[in-house]
Structures are given as structure tokens and as C-alpha cells.
Design a protein around this ligand. Structure first.
Ligand SMILES: C[S@@+](CC[C@H](N)C(=O)[O-])C[C@H]1O[C@@H](n2cnc3c(N)ncnc32)[C@H](O)[C@@H]1O
Length: 384
């Protein structure tokens, strides 16, 4: 790994506390925990996890930049799709993991201009610090915006999540020559280390056995992730959605590409101050840990729990179908200082070499039969 920026002493102390919490859990579990539990604690342990505590995370001063932070065009374009769903359902919006609140802000502002504001915009946020930032940014829309501590029992309208599924804990599985193993975490000389256990039965075993991507040489392990938490989350959303659509935007692919024989070490990735690397044991609590989304599994979980697949496409297709070029044209090319930055931002969102192709959008719904605007052209549902 190339040298990463050094954290300050306060951050180091905070990370040491997170590491101590995880190592105590490993000890009390008999010396081994599944990687999914490690990831859950490193990201979400109350007061200590990366997302539950008060670190910077988003934007130029944080660890990574997400689409809503790149450009207001992202939220404005999503608003066109949101307006259609709101018209069809007469419902509200629920955003999961709203980050800085930027997407909510741009969406609401555009919906206001369209005369299509929902009665309520709910935000489900696990971090007290982020909730405060969101409240500050969205003050203009009070009392329409409402924060939730947990998912509601029922909901109609649009549920939206940008880069949420990739942040959910994943299990790691190693497909050996003739056995399956779960990769977990143990301690050695006071440090976290990888350790595998034979996988024999249960949901993870069934799921891994059905994938069987180990088309690699004998004795060589094929390691990848299985996102049971993300599937479970979609199943929960399916149970509470009465009428409407769930729109999830994230990086990932369908199963064929995800478990391609050549992707033999999976997609697990860590982000620390704009450096991407693959060591999840580095400074727990200070860095983001993510994996790509298996959109086939997400679609399957939704459909199995009563949702209809309404569309699946690349971010570029989705944004173009939803009118991003028209929104960009609202700025005049003659006013270069306003137009050029916007054009560069649109390019980042759409360019296949940047976010346009790796990022996908999936829509699952209930009681919505009209084709959704964002999937009018370039739908890739057949690739799931
Ligand atoms: C990578 S951040 C994305 C933030 C924001 N949507 C954006 O695009 O900038 C992932 C967010 O998902 C949230 N998240 C993950 N699992 C969640 C869950 N089960 N319920 C609610 N939020 C969750 C995290 O807390 C975090 O805020």
C-alpha cells in the first residue's frame, strides 16, 4: 500500500478505541468473527464507527466524493424522476443515508420549482453529527423535512438511497477447489488478521454454493463478497412499501460480471482521505469500507418479496433519460464562468470512464405500472 496521510493524535486515539472494541468482541466470540461483523462494527458501532461518529467523510475535506457533492445537477435531475413517482402515487419521499443532505436540498429545491413538493421528506440517518449538518442545510424546508430513527411501518411514494447499499456489511466467502470457506477476522500479536472457517450450512452457504464462481486453478481460492445485509434491507423495504418506487443508485453490476472468474479477489475497497486501498484493518473507524453492489441479488430480493423490477440501467442513461442535458442547458454557454463548471460536473456524472457506466440505478416498485422516465432508453434489466 502506498503511504496514506497520517491522522492526527486525536483521530488515532479514537481509532484505537474502535479497534479495542472490535478486538474485545473477537475475544468474547472465541477468537473469530465473520468479516461482516468486523465491517458492521468499524462502520456503525455506536459513537465509534466510521458512519456513526463525527468525522468529515463527504466532499473535498473528507474521504470520498459522491455524486450529490459533485453537482447540483444530480439532485435536480433525480427530481424529474421523483416528480413522476410523486404524481403517480400522491406520496412522500424517504431518503436513506442522506450524507451531507446535499441530495435532499437539490431535490427539494427543484421539486419546489416544478410545483411538486411532497408533503413530507423523511430522512433516515444513523449519525447524530450528520443529522445536525442536514438540519442546518435543510432549515429552509422545515417543517416539511422530518428525521427518522428507524424505518416507518408503512410508506407510499419514493424511497431513495445514493451509495447506501455499498456501505452495508458484506460476508466474505472463499470458494476453494471443493469446499467453501467464510473469511473472518482473528487476532495475532495484537493485530487483526484474516482467518477462514469451513462453511457448511445456512443462508450464506446456500447463496455461495449457488454462485460457484471458482473457475480458477486448483488450490487457488476465489474470494468475493456476499451482501446478505443489503438483500435483507431491500426485503424490509419491500415489506413496508404500500405503493411507490425504491430507487437505489450505486456502483456495481449484475451477477455475471460481479462473480466473473477473473474478479478473483472481489470488490472490497477502503477510502481514507481520497486514497483508495484494500486493507480493511487499517485505522478502524477512520476509513470507509465498501464493496460493489450485486444488483442481481438486489433485484431478486425485491421480486421475492413482492416488488416489481421497474428498471435497471447505468447512471449515464438514467440521468440522460431524466433530462440532465436540458437542465445543463438552463445555464447559457455564453456565461462561461457559470456554464463551464456545470458542464465539467455533468461530464463526471456521465462519462463512462468516470461515474457514467460503473454506477447503476435500479428501481423496484409496487402498484406503479407506468414506465419510469429514467429507464426509457438503455434499460439493462436483462443483464441481471
Ligand atoms: C457512502 S454514504 C452515502 C451518503 C449520501 N447518500 C451521499 O450520496 O453522499 C452511505 C450512507 O448510508 C448509510 N447507511 C448504511 N446502511 C444504512 C442503514 N441500514 N440504514 C440507514 N442508513 C444506512 C450510512 O450511514 C451512510 O450515511
Amino acid at each position: 500500500m502506498s503511504p496514506l496521510p497520517a491522522p492526527d493524535p486525536a483521530a488515532l486515539e479514537y481509532s484505537a478505541k474502535t479497534a479495542a472494541l472490535i478486538s474485545r468482541e473477537i475475544e468474547s466470540a472465541g477468537g473469530w468473527i465473520p468479516f461482516s461483523r468486523f465491517m458492521e462494527l468499524a462502520l456503525y458501532a455506536p459513537g465509534l464507527g466510521y458512519y456513526s461518529a463525527g468525522m468529515h467523510k463527504f466532499g473535498a475535506a473528507g474521504d470520498f466524493v459522491t455524486a450529490p457533492e459533485i453537482s447540483a445537477l444530480f439532485g435536480q435531475t433525480l427530481a424529474q424522476q421523483a416528480a413522476q413517482v410523486l404524481r403517480l402515487t400522491d406520496g412522500n419521499i424517504l431518503e436513506i443515508g442522506p450524507g451531507s443532505g446535499r441530495l435532499a436540498f437539490d431535490l427539494l429545491l427543484e421539486l419546489e420549482q416544478l410545483g411538486q413538493l411532497p408533503e413530507r421528506y423523511f430522512l433516515l440517518e444513523v449519525s447524530a453529527d450528520l443529522r445536525q449538518r442536514q438540519q442546518h442545510l435543510l432549515a429552509r424546508f422545515a417543517p416539511r423535512v422530518e428525521w427518522l430513527d428507524r424505518l416507518p411501518a408503512s410508506f407510499s411514494g419514493l424511497i431513495i438511497g445514493n451509495e447506501v447499499l455499498d456501505a452495508m456489511p458484506v460476508h466474505l466467502v472463499a470458494w476453494g477447489a471443493d469446499s467453501l470457506f467464510e473469511r473472518g477476522v482473528s487476532m495475532e500479536d495484537g493485530q487483526f488478521c484474516w482467518s477462514e472457517r469451513k462453511l457448511v450450512a445456512g443462508e450464506l452457504f446456500d447463496s455461495a454454493a449457488s454462485l460457484a464462481p471458482a473457475k480458477v486453478g486448483e488450490g487457488v481460492n476465489y474470494v468475493s463478497e456476499i451482501g446478505l445485509a443489503a438483500r435483507g434491507f431491500v426485503a424490509t423495504l419491500a415489506g413496508l412499501l404500500e405503493k411507490g418506487a425504491i430507487l437505489m443508485l450505486d456502483y456495481g453490476f449484475g451477477q455475471n460480471e460481479y462473480y466473473h472468474p477473473q474478479r478473483s479477489s472481489g470488490t472490497l475497497m477502503c477510502h481514507y482521505r481520497h486514497h483508495a486501498h484494500d486493507d480493511p484493518f487499517y485505522l478502524p473507524g477512520l476509513q470507509d469500507i465498501t464493496s460493489h453492489v450485486d444488483f442481481s441479488a438486489i433485484a431478486e430480493a425485491g421480486v421475492r418479496h413482492g416488488l416489481k423490477l421497474l428498471g435497471y440501467t447505468s447512471q449515464a442513461h438514467f440521468l440522460i433519460n431524466s433530462g440532465i442535458t436540458g437542465l445543463l442547458a438552463r445555464a447559457s454557454p455564453e456565461q462561461a464562468s457559470a456554464y463551464l463548471p456545470l458542464a465539467a460536473q455533468a461530464q463526471k456524472l456521465l462519462n463512462p470512464a468516470e461515474m457514467g457506466e460503473l454506477f447503476k440505478v435500479i428501481a423496484l416498485g409496487k402498484g406503479v405500472d407506468t414506465p419510469l422516465l429514467g429507464f426509457a432508453r438503455g434499460d439493462k434489466s436483462h443483464m441481471l
